[in-house]
Design a protein around this ligand. Structure first.
Ligand code: ADP
Ligand code: MG
Length: 359
């Protein structure tokens, strides 16, 4: 296994219809450690697949360099880069049986027959495909086909695995179990992996590190915890999970705490985050997750009226109007807590350690 380094890579496409240049990937720098599982997460069209294709060698950067291990791979063709790709469409050969599908990459490498047999059988067992050797792809379920695609990718012992939305074709339950399976396999094999998805919960569950892309640039990266708890922008806060934004005015610092005025009341925020672009006496917003707002009947500085209450079993989700701003509040363990109904007057308390201040 080996790390991957993207140094200032840019990809410009000429639009076939207008002939105009389009910047799909815009000066990206990314360092994937040996054995690490990194996810590129972002909306459709933000440049994830293009980034992956530049690593695999199916696309050449307009400028910048790609390193796999210590090696600048600019002049290395895809099949010599030591990478394997897994796609959403599985891309299995329909006319080959499962065993032959898995063995394919080893045959291409012209390895001795006994080694092909040994390694193919080992991977078939690893992926729990033993007994399905003689079946054809169309005789397998979607989950099994995805397992074959994965077996085919790992049998050549690549130093880097690339995944392009591999689970998008599966239904929700299967997607979750394949996701956990894939994560466990990646950990066990310790193969450096770059995983592309537009599904934020998949990214959170599977990654050591999440890299959030938008319009061809990286807007934030960090562990799933950092990304969720320390979003650096409204875009990231909204894209990962749900977030409330309460408009206020930044009144300066008091030690480590940011003082933010909302509703004529000044709140000390003990862990405000990076506060990029926030100026003294300028506008800002308090960013808080729905589960970090508490509701009570007691008087407080953030009064509101329940405008919607939705029961989900594990939680109740309320929409509370703070003036004309809707605030989403999630209350877990509804059996143990006071339930509110539409029209009820309530007071909100923000769990201050969980509040961040953004521009
Ligand atoms: P993602 O995988 O994040 O959905 P892509 O990397 O596939 O996004 O595409 C990023 C942008 O580049 C899109 O706007 C897409 O239309 C454009 N694009 C991708 N490939 C080409 C190409 N071969 N020619 C022109 N434009 C392309
Ligand atoms: Mg894509």
């Amino acid at each position: 296994s080996s790390g991957v380094v993207l140094k200032d890579i840019t990809k410009i496409f000429q639009q076939p219809d207008t002939g105009k240049d389009f910047v799909a990937v815009d000066h990206i720098n990314l360092n994937i450690q040996d054995g690490e599982m990194v996810t590129l997460l972002g909306p459709s069209g933000c440049g994830k697949t293009t980034t992956l294709r530049m690593i695999s060698g199916f696309e050449y950067p307009t400028s910048g360099s790609v390193f796999i291990g210590e090696r600048d791979v600019a002049k290395v063709p895809p099949n010599k880069r030591g990478i394997s790709m897994v796609f959403q469409s599985y891309a299995l050969f329909p006319h080959l049986n499962i065993w032959e599908n898995v063995a394919y990459g080893l045959k291409v490498e012209k390895l001795p027959q006994d080694e092909i047999v040994r390694r193919t059988n080992a991977v078939m067992e690893l992926m729990q495909l033993t007994g399905m050797e003689r079946r054809f792809p169309n005789q397998l379920s979607g989950g099994q086909q995805q397992r074959v695609a994965l077996a085919r990718a790992v049998v050549i012992e690549p130093s880097v695995l690339l995944f392009d939305e591999p689970l998008s074709n599966l239904d929700a339950k299967l997607r979750e179990s394949m996701r956990d399976e894939l994560r466990a396999l990646q950990k066990r094999l310790g193969i450096t992996s770059l995983y592309v998805t537009h599904d934020q919960s998949e990214a959170m569950a599977i990654s050591d590190r999440v890299v959030i892309m938008k319009d061809g640039v990286i807007c934030q990266q960090g562990s799933p915890t950092e990304i969720y708890e320390q979003p650096g922008s409204r875009f990231v806060a909204n894209f990962i999970g749900k977030a409330n934004f309460i408009d206020g005015t930044f009144r300066g610092m008091d030690g480590e705490s940011a003082l933010v005025e909302v509703n004529g009341h000044t709140f000390p925020i003990p862990a405000p985050g990076r506060m990029e672009g926030v100026r003294k006496d300028g506008p800002c917003c308090l960013t808080v997750r729905p589960e970090s707002v508490l509701l009570s009947e007691e008087e407080g500085p953030l009064p509101g009226v329940i405008s919607r209450a939705t029961y989900y079993g594990a939680k109740v989700e309320y929409e509370v109007m703070l003036g004309d701003q809707p605030i989403i509040v999630e209350v877990y363990n509804p059996q143990l807590t006071r339930r509110f109904a539409e029209g009820d007057r309530v007071h909100m308390t923000l769990v201050d350690r969980c509040v961040r201040v953004l521009a």
